[in-house]
Ligand binder design. Structure first.
Ligand SMILES: [Zn+2]
Length: 387
């Protein structure tokens, strides 16, 4: 045995002490190096406790678990820093919905989210003329940060719904991977009236109208269209307060539920005020998307398939609520370690196609117009006098 160790050591020393230092605990390397260069042997070094193994980022830990945590259902933490215990999956085919991008395994949520989606899709079909809903990302089986895409969707209370109606047949697995959602925009500031119709207005209104909904996120141009068209779908405009502009929501909208009553450790956002958001807030968003569209148009075109650069600050397990450690290891799950590769399911989830087309870019003529202070179909809606 001793011999074996010595010859191993000699081999390692030949290939460089640096390697040996990597492979052996500090004490061992020191004495080995000392022997080979013929220096007096140092005193045996005090045994230092090895540093605790560094965990992979939380998104790798949670992104590589394929089963829910067998614990009582609980949304733990906040929408962008939390996890999900006792997650339930939305069946991939329902009477009025189908789940898209199955490779992502993100059709998980709190039981309250599942109930909500079943109710919404059934109401949308019965009352708003929808053939059914196409459901995009919800949460991972145990929630938490994701390997790609969202910063939120971490606690099983968020869901993305496509603004494209469900086809009249059951989609194959491949179709669910390949089919693209349809952009509702004709330019970065304006919805395309052929695509964004009263059907979409009715659906978003309905989605926002249930009391358990905290917020709905849509692209600013969709928010603008809703402000303009709300009166065509009824007198009530109060639902508009919950519908907030956000980046990227131009082929789907995002539903966020409030924490179910009495759910310990679930953090709500501040409730929305009564402001319908059709005034100042929308003005500010238009200023932002104008800047962003000009910036985009001045960048070299992105080659298809280019991934966005990774986020600088990764969320670690220690940044999440303590109970998320229990969620991660519940049911005997052994979390991914630093040197382990992502399991194939997680790699497949990362490689799934984007659900929708890229945001429309300004044409050169449009860019020119904007830079010269002109406007592109951008006049803001009339302010709601009752606001
Ligand atoms: Zn979303």
């Amino acid at each position: 045995m001793r011999r074996l160790i010595l010859s191993l050591v000699a081999l390692l020393v030949c290939s460089g002490v640096a390697t040996a230092q990597m492979k052996f605990p500090q004490g061992a390397t020191k004495s080995v190096a000392a022997k080979t260069v013929d220096k007096p042997a140092p005193k045996p070094a005090k045994k230092k406790a090895p540093p605790p193994p560094k965990n992979p980022p939380a998104r790798e830990l949670f992104g590589s678990v394929t089963e829910p945590a067998p614990l009582p259902a609980r949304a733990i933490g906040s929408y962008s820093k939390g996890c999900l215990a006792g997650g339930v999956s939305l069946p991939i085919n329902g009477p009025d919905w189908q789940v898209m991008r199955l490779s992502r395994n993100r059709n998980w949520g709190s039981p309250q989210l599942i109930d909500y989606l079943e109710r919404l899709s059934s109401d949308a079909r019965a009352l708003d003329g929808w053939s059914g809903l196409l459901v995009g990302d919800m949460s991972q089986p145990r929630g938490g940060p994701m390997l790609t895409g969202h910063t939120s969707h971490q606690v099983g209370l968020d869901a993305d719904i496509w603004l494209t109606p469900m086809p009249d047949h059951i989609l194959t697995r491949e179709e669910r991977e390949d089919k693209s959602a349809v952009s509702m925009l004709k330019d970065p500031f304006t919805v395309d009236p052929e695509k964004f119709t009263l059907m979409q207005v009715k659906l978003i209104k309905r989605a926002a109208s249930y009391p358990q909904v905290a917020r709905i996120f849509v692209h600013p141009a969709i928010k603008k269209a809703l402000c303009q068209q709300a009166d065509s779908v009824g007198k009530d405009r109060s639902w508009l307060a919950k519908v907030r502009p956000w980046w990227n929501h131009y082929y789907h909208f995002h539903i966020r539920l409030t924490c179910p009553p009495g759910m310990d450790g679930c953090e709500n956002q501040k409730p929305v005020t009564g402001d319908d958001g059709c005034g100042k807030e929308l003005d500010n968003w238009y200023a932002m998307i104008k800047k962003s569209a000009i910036w985009q148009a001045q960048q070299p075109p992105i080659k298809p398939g280019t991934k966005p650069p990774p986020k600088k600050k990764q969320i670690r397990l220690r940044d999440l609520p303590r109970d998320c450690r229990t969620v991660l290891t519940a049911g005997g799950n052994e979390p991914l370690t630093k040197d382990e590769e992502l399991p194939p399911e997680a790699v497949a989830a990362m490689e799934a196609k984007e659900a929708g087309p890229p945001l429309p870019r300004l044409t050169e003529a449009q860019l020119e117009t904007l830079l010269n202070g002109g406007k592109l179909g951008m006049p803001l809606p009339d302010r709601n006098p009752k606001r």
